[in-house]
Design a protein around this ligand. Structure first.
Ligand code: ADP
Ligand code: AMP
Length: 232
């Protein structure tokens, strides 16, 4: 596998893994270390739902059933987002792509922008742990930060460090989670082969403390691009 190791390059990475694997938690940390945007399609949809936009209305029924929003809707949204100025310095994609057509579309978008992907981190974790993580998840309604009632509770009751309210997502109930996992196996897991074939897939053991998983993820990413504070 060829790897790019250069201190002054942008990092472009996808986090792949089942819902609840810790992608959002780790994406925020990686984005902070590298000074690049964390682009989470689920967060973008939830903000549209909260604001009652047309896109939010379209996405909501799929989201509450744990189904995927149609490819063309998601792809158009990501195309626009990747053209924003901050994404020119790199990005952490979280929750996209989730289907082979989305991954193919992403290849086209990045080719048009002249921005090659560095790698895809696959978060490995077993299903029961994922269910435990998701059913205890609380997400801040304002900044989107994720907490866990047992492993990482909000600093004060249900109040996020930003002052927003941390609540349970409607799609984080056990039956919707089981459906989301089923959708993941059928529609998203084929992406592992897709990216393996392209020499981009890297494994990260997602079991252990948040800190330990961050160390593993950053260890892999440093093989591609040095974090911003370590750049000359
Ligand atoms: P994803 O974005 O993959 O759906 P999240 O990052 O939202 O997953 O994590 C799911 C839940 O698990 C959240 O409640 C989060 O606080 C918790 N969590 C994340 N990483 C860990 C970890 N290493 N150990 C324990 N809980 C974790
Ligand atoms: P997440 O926050 O990543 O768990 O996503 C929450 C929900 O948003 C998913 O269950 C889907 O309904 C929808 N969603 C997010 N990203 C995508 C995507 N790439 N393709 C289709 N639907 C998505």
């Amino acid at each position: 596998m060829t790897q790019r190791v250069a201190a002054d390059e942008a990092l472009r990475v996808i986090l792949l893994g089942p819902p609840g694997a810790g992608k959002g938690t780790q994406a925020r940390r990686v984005a902070d270390v590298y000074g690049i945007p964390h682009i989470a399609t689920g967060d973008i949809f939830r903000s549209h739902v909260r604001n009652g936009t047309e896109l939010g209305q379209k996405a909501e029924e799929y989201m509450s059933a744990g189904e995927l929003v149609p490819d063309e809707v998601v792809i158009a949204m990501v195309r626009d987002r990747l053209q924003e100025e901050d994404a020119a310095t790199g990005f952490v994609l979280d929750g996209f792509p989730r289907t082979v057509p989305q991954a193919q579309a992403l290849e086209g978008i990045l080719a048009d922008l002249g921005q090659p992907l560095d790698c895809v981190l696959r978060f490995s974790i077993d299903e029961e742990e994922v269910v435990r993580r998701i059913t205890g998840r609380r997400a801040c309604q304002d900044c989107g930060r994720n907490y866990h009632v047992d492993f990482d509770p909000p600093p004060q009751g249900d109040t996020c460090s930003c002052g927003g309210k941390a609540v349970q997502r409607k799609d984080d109930t056990e039956d919707v989670v089981r459906n989301r996992l089923d959708v993941y196996h059928r529609q998203t897991e084929p992406l592992e082969f897709f990216y393996w074939q392209r020499g981009l897939l890297r494994d990260v053991d997602a079991v252990g403390s948040v800190e330990d998983v961050t160390k593993r993820a950053l260890g892999v990413l440093a093989e591609y691009v040095a974090p911003s504070e370590a750049r000359p």
